[in-house]
Design a protein around this ligand. Sequence first.
Ligand code: 5GP
Ligand code: ZN
Length: 112
Amino acid sequence: MENCIFCSIIEGKIPAEKLYEDDKVLAFNDVNSQAPEHFLVIPKEHIATPNDANDEALLGRLSMVASSIAKERGFSEKGYRLVMNCNSDGCQSVFHIHLHCLGGRQLSWPPG
Ligand code: 5GP
Ligand code: ZN
């Protein structure tokens, strides 16, 4: 998708600190980290918002990849948060779905 920053990262046009990649998904560090560990897992297919997602296996894969990276990086036992923002009330700013994984510190709840 043209003018999509995450499609540009997938295509290698914009650099990113990649943590994992396979044929369906890509994971990379968030450029504006909100925690000691903050990465995004995205599908390679352009899907604008969670409202547009209809592939259960693909959505499940995002979550499985996030937890396996958290295990690999050694913060899974202490814990982390997985979140996918949707549209304006959810504060979605990039319209290519992405699962945030935040960890490495005590997070607060509820979120703002
Ligand atoms: P959202 O607010 O849509 O849920 O989250 C978008 C996330 O993408 C933000 O946390 C933001 O820091 C991150 N982000 C935006 N542009 C880039 C980029 O060019 N590279 C990386 N690595 N992260 C980005
Ligand atoms: Zn895209």
